[in-house]
Design a protein around this ligand. Structure first.
Ligand code: GLP
Length: 241
């Protein structure tokens, strides 16, 4: 595990964007695994401005998002579809056909999960997976549980996750209780992983990820076994390391 501790959020965002820039420069048709949540927003802003300046070209890039709320229409401003277009896709030269996000409105969850895993496989796997981390060390929407899930699947969100994410909704009852997420196995299969975390409320999850026992109750702990992973943290998130 490589750990980079930055002064602040701006530096984290810049470093993370630079890693994507190197990836896409080396391989223009890279497969990027993308994440939502507030932490990567700064990284997306940097990518948008690099793209505007002509420094990064997304025309051949393919993307797969980690997760989507279940039963929340794409048009809802809290859906991860909406988030990704607003923060990235609407502002870069990506081919819309190369954008993949799980369909949370599916009426056949198993078929949708299978379809998503198949698409990732057909694309040759994810070259670099961007991750945030939940306060309970969840990655994507893989909540603490009793076994690591392999592929894309439907999950029941933990109360603490619903509460954490309620800050974006008008009231807590509006937060979806389920989501479709790539599995820990799918994440682990990515050739490279870059996890971004900032703020003191992530410090314990980061400590457990780096030094804790590798157990499914701390989903991110499995990342200790990955051969090419970098954690980009600010000082607050790194404070127990
Ligand atoms: C959600 C997403 C995760 C993200 C987490 C943390 O639960 N499914 O992918 O890592 O939020 O979000 P934030 O960066 O806002 O703390």
């Amino acid at each position: 595990m490589r750990i980079i501790v930055c002064e602040n959020y701006e530096e984290v965002s810049k470093k993370a964007a630079q890693m994507i820039l190197s990836q896409v420069t080396l391989k223009p048709n890279s497969v990027l695994g993308l994440a939502t949540g507030s932490t990567p927003i700064g990284m997306y802003e940097n990518l948008v401005s690099l793209n505007k300046k002509g420094d990064i070209d997304f025309s051949e890039v393919r993307t797969f998002n980690l997760d989507e709320y279940y039963n929340l229409p794409k048009e809802n401003d809290q859906s991860y579809h909406y988030f990704m277009y607003k923060n990235l896709f609407d502002h870069i030269n990506i081919n819309p056909e190369n954008i993949h996000i799980p369909n949370g409105m599916t009426d056949d969850v198993d078929a949708e999960c299978e379809r998503y895993d198949e698409l990732i496989k057909e694309a040759g796997g994810v070259d670099i997976q961007v991750l945030g981390i939940g306060n309970n060390a969840h990655i994507g929407f893989n909540e603490p549980t009793i076994n690591f899930e392999k592929g894309t699947h439907l999950v029941q969100l933990e109360d603490s996750t619903i509460e954490a994410n309620s800050r974006f909704f008008d009231n807590i009852e509006d937060v979806p209780k389920k989501a479709i997420t790539m599995g820990v196995g799918s994440i682990f299969k990515s050739k490279k992983i870059m996890l971004v975390a900032t703020g003191e409320n992530k410090a314990e999850a980061i400590y457990n990820t780096v030094y804790g026992k590798v157990v499914p109750e701390v989903p991110a702990s499995i990342l200790q076994f990955h051969s090419d992973i970098v954690l980009i943290l600010d000082k607050e998130a790194a404070k127990f390391l």
